[in-house]
Design a protein around this ligand. Structure first.
Ligand SMILES: O=C(CO)COP(=O)(O)O
Length: 254
């Protein structure tokens, strides 16, 4: 069976001390309360990564991730962080292609394909985000958008590398808006994503790929979303900043 994952994306929230106290609450609750095989991932700002990885050491149920990485291995890119650096502090995941990176930092599919290569080459697992805007959905272009984000962003990978990916479907209109995709809307796209993966690779790869839903996911709506056959967990924004809510979402898979 494929892995169930609940990943928190703190975005640009939490100063250093706030982040450490949030994480220590999360880790204690996960230790005490999570009984299933699911993986919790906390994707913090860069400044927390090393400390969080130290705190989570030896505890396999919690992994640490970054929210971005530069496409180059190293060099004169003032202000940037490389995949090798992220790996060196003990993080294992990197969110790539979040809609906020696409929208505010001009990241397109071609750039994200390069970032994916670099992140994989450094032994990290990308959580690769895709999703349509409201205008695209209203124009009934959502399937085309998903198709091209996959084709141009990750389908250049060989099977072994692709198998390291986690895919996250985050409809842009559901992010931070309080409007969640219905479980039927989300399932429809997740099934489509799995079908595209099967067509590009094969049924085994498609069957093993973890596909997360993100967008106004909370402890109330997570059980119904995660009960859908092609939804393998969530990428959680706002609710991941509250330890109780985040761990309650992780516990949906208990
Ligand atoms: O963007 C998201 C996670 O990456 C979702 O954010 P919200 O859960 O705050 O809608």
């Amino acid at each position: 069976m494929r892995k169930k994952i609940v990943a928190g994306n703190w975005k640009m929230n939490m100063d250093y001390n706030e982040g450490l106290s949030l994480f220590s609450e999360v880790i204690n609750m996960v230790k005490d309360e999570v009984t299933g095989q699911q993986q919790a991932v906390v994707c913090s700002p860069f400044i927390h990564l090393h400390s969080l990885a130290q705190m989570a050491k030896g505890y396999g149920k919690i992994a640490i991730g970054a929210q971005n990485a530069h496409q180059a291995e190293s060099g004169a890119y003032t202000g940037e962080i490389s995949a090798k650096m992220i790996n060196s502090v003990g993080a294992t995941y990197v969110i790539l292609g979040h809609s906020e990176r696409r929208q505010y930092f001009g990241e397109n599919n071609a750039l994200l394909a390069k970032k994916t290569d670099t992140v994989l080459a450094n032994g990290l697992r990308p959580i690769f985000c895709i999703g349509e805007t409201l205008d695209e959905r209203n124009a009934e272009k959502h399937f085309d958008i998903i198709k091209s984000q996959l084709a141009e962003g990750v389908f250049h990978l060989d099977e072994a590398h692709f198998s390291q990916l986690v895919i996250a479907y985050e409809p842009v209109w559901a992010i931070g808006t309080g409007v969640t995709a219905t479980s039927a809307q989300a399932q429809e796209i997740h099934a489509f994503i799995r079908q595209e993966i099967a067509a590009k690779y094969n049924d085994t790869v498609a069957g093993h790929t973890t596909i997360l839903y993100g967008g106004s996911c909370n402890p109330k709506n997570a059980p119904e979303l995660f009960a859908q056959p092609d939804i393998d967990g969530g990428l959680i924004g706002g609710a991941s900043l509250k330890s109780r809510d985040f761990v309650d979402i992780v516990k949906v898979f208990n």
